[in-house]
Design a binder for this molecule. Sequence first.
Ligand code: SAH
Length: 491
Amino acid sequence: MSGDSGKVYLVGAGPGDPELITLKGMRLLREADVVLHDRLLNEELLRDLKAEIIDVGKAPGRHRLSQEEINELLIKKAREGRIVVRLKGGDPYLFGRGGEEALALRKAGIPFEVVPGVTSAIAAPALAGIPVTHRGISTAFTVVTGHEESGKEKELDWHALARLGGTLVVLMGVSRIQENTSMLMDGGLSPQTPAALIERGSWPDQRCVRGTLGNIAERASLFGVRSPAVLIVGDVVNLERHLGRRRIAILRAESQLDESVRLAERYGFIPVAAPSISLTALELPTDMEDRIERADCVVFTSSNGVAIILSRPELMDLIRKKRVAAIGPRTAQALSERGVNVDVIPDEYSSRGLVEALRGFKRVLLLRSAQGSPELLDGLLSSGAEADDVPVYDIKESEDSRLDDLIRRAELIDVFAFTSGSTVRYLMRRAEELGMEDHLRKALDSALVVAIGPPTAEVLREFGVRVDLIPERYTFEGMLEAARTEIEVRS
Ligand code: SAH
């Protein structure tokens, strides 16, 4: 923009999730000539902007620009006739020194406007399942800073805060949590008062550590909670049990992840996708067509096998003329989506169920993974059938970095969903390779462990992992449903 003076917009960026900026804030970012932002900003917000972008953020102990320098820079850029967005975390006027910047601009005669933002003081607890007020529990909330600059202003009377009632929200509260919680207790607040710390609210690695006023400082250091985090004290914290979303680790192969993530979200979970296995299609025997011709039933035990086999049109044509069995509804769906009629689905979606359902067929062709359970083959043979077991794909350890991330932060997971024995084996193996087996075992011990069916549960037990749940229906959706119900019962 040209003209003698530009304008400065003090824009709240929200707590971290880029979608939590306001529409006005986003529009101004796109229109701006210059953007000045802080350290704790989601880079996503700065993507594809035409503006000159200046990071004025202050890393702790390493001041890049002083507040005075920031004020001067704002004034200078505006005097050049530019539209300047000063992007600040959360809301600009809550502990963000936005007011000081506004005053400096006023003094310099620069036009400015504030664009309020979603503050972490309310949003971080909300996203963790804690409303700051709640009918019948708390009719007021007080927001304070836990880290006052000594000598700068009148000291906070923590004893008075303790008598205030309602909810207390402490920002910048990690480093002095011990002193501050002690003062609240000295002031008469019960050590039993529920308290929680919400770290990096709205970021993908958001974490909520719950406790009481008496032990939250200790728990903060136990869990290594770091800034930015909001401390919240009061009975509303108890609502987290009912309103907090739970994280579910999904360990399936890449090909099934997207669908699984969507399903998990629909069931109210925060999905953490961490493929522990990877699938590779194997070369099929050259006489594959003859083998299909010979069979009187073709059996699929996963949608992966279906996708691989039916990507070959000549095989698809032959299979369409055959009787076809699927181990469960998802495999059946994969078949019917590709125009193959399914004749057999067992009552129980397992190898055992299949053996039962396939009684009466003489020549059975199994198209499945090279690591398929021996139970199916043995069962068929001992019931007198001829079984041709063709490995269609290999299950290997995944090299996906998300698996490592999951293991490192396993303590954040509320539910582990194991969809096959190999997801168990490769997760454990990877944890061992990383030297983090104990860490993972501890996390498994305090989480809800769900196995898709009895054979998977068996593998978990072999590894010494307690199995909490096996759904009635041996499907991924069955697992989600069972886990959700269990969590509701427990809370
Ligand atoms: N103006 C900001 C607060 C700035 S003070 C706002 O309205 O949110 C910085 C403090 O805000 C941090 O020390 C922390 O207590 C809190 N904070 C900022 N972002 C946060 C987040 N995503 N999760 C938890 N706390 C956050």
